[in-house]
Design a protein around this ligand. Structure first.
Ligand SMILES: [Zn+2]
Length: 318
């Protein structure tokens, strides 16, 4: 068993033979998510994630999910980082509505947003077609990384890409209608969802609040254009992908401010000839220093974005 990866080992733990061979310590202190739904609009609840990076301590419960009541049952938006998290979400949904879960919508293909999908594979799991393609092509790589970061929390989790393409501007489920906004910029495909009954906007990771935005698949100009679209919606409230409910539009303004600062800082660093470590040593502005997952997220963004910005800053011929 020593040559199994952590993912292969924990993924196989469901089999009786493997369980029989395990040391007792594996079963000590079973892990469980404590998901507390908070009502944020008429018939809409959020599960608020911690504004941290993935850790074995938080189990990857760093993401916001929404539960929306319809006549057919609960519609979930995003399913969390693991199978175990999806099971906890299902328990919450059953507690809110005796009909359980009617369907799922996935905002984008990052693993903290869709790795609970397995639990809902018999339901329609709506997402943009490009999100489905990205989940199919990158899911395995994400899974290896999540097992490494979260360990036992991931037991039995396998990536289950969305199964239903979003191809119309409105989705109706159980008598409730949602405007779908097919955007991108945080990733190659980001779905924002406007609940037509309440005007609540579920922004996915196009909006962060008091938690540093993540950029591993970001295109900054496209992301800014998406923020323009979301701002024009004049939503009654915004559920960001990470951070508290936003009732003032602060998440859109803060995300834009951060992306602008990030890009300007890295461009200036390229002009000054700094290397990555030298940029990491620079102090963060006060307005960003207190964000969750700082300075680690800034450091990751340097690694994601700086090589290209550095290349772009070089005069032709160099
Ligand atoms: Zn994301």
């Amino acid at each position: 068993m020593t040559d199994l990866t952590k993912r292969q080992f924990l993924g196989a733990v469901g089999s009786t033979a493997v369980i029989a061979a395990l040391p007792k310590s594996v079963f000590a202190a079973p892990l469980s998510y404590d998901l507390a739904p908070v009502q944020v609009a008429d018939g809409i609840w959020m599960i608020e994630g911690r504004t941290e990076y993935f850790s074995a301590e938080n189990g990857g419960a760093i993401v916001n999910c929404a539960l929306i009541e319809t006549e057919a049952g609960i519609v979930l938006v995003d399913t969390g980082p693991s199978r175990k998290y999806g099971e906890a979400l299902l328990d919450v949904a059953r507690g809110l509505n005796g009909r359980g879960v009617a369907g799922v919508m996935i905002t984008h293909h990052h693993p903290d947003h869709f790795f609970g999908n397995q639990v809902f594979s018999d339901k329609p799991i709506h997402a943009l077609p490009e999100t489905r393609a990205l989940a199919e092509s990158q899911g395995d790589g994400f899974a290896d990384n999540m097992y490494r970061l979260l360990g036992d929390w991931m037991r039995g989790t396998e990536p289950a890409p969305p199964n239903t393409d979003v191809s119309s501007s409105v989705i109706s489920i159980g008598g409730r209608s949602f405007e779908t906004l097919p955007l991108s910029g945080h990733t190659g495909a980001d779905l924002a969802i406007l609940d037509q009954k309440t005007g609540l906007l579920i922004a996915g990771d196009l909006a962060f609040l008091n938690r540093a935005p993540t950029t591993p698949h970001a295109d900054l100009p496209t992301w800014r254009a998406a923020l323009d679209v979301l701002t024009e919606k004049n939503a009654s409230a915004i559920l960001p992908g990470h951070g508290p409910l936003d009732t003032s539009g602060a998440s859109l303004a803060q995300t834009r401010d951060y992306l602008d600062w990030l890009e300007a800082t890295l461009k200036q660093a390229a002009l000054d000839g700094l290397d990555m470590v030298e940029i990491m040593d620079e102090p963060l502005p006060d307005r960003f220093a207190g964000m969750g997952a700082m300075p680690q997220e800034f450091h990751r963004s340097i690694a994601h974005l700086y090589p290209q910005i550095e290349r772009d800053s070089m005069p032709l011929g160099q």
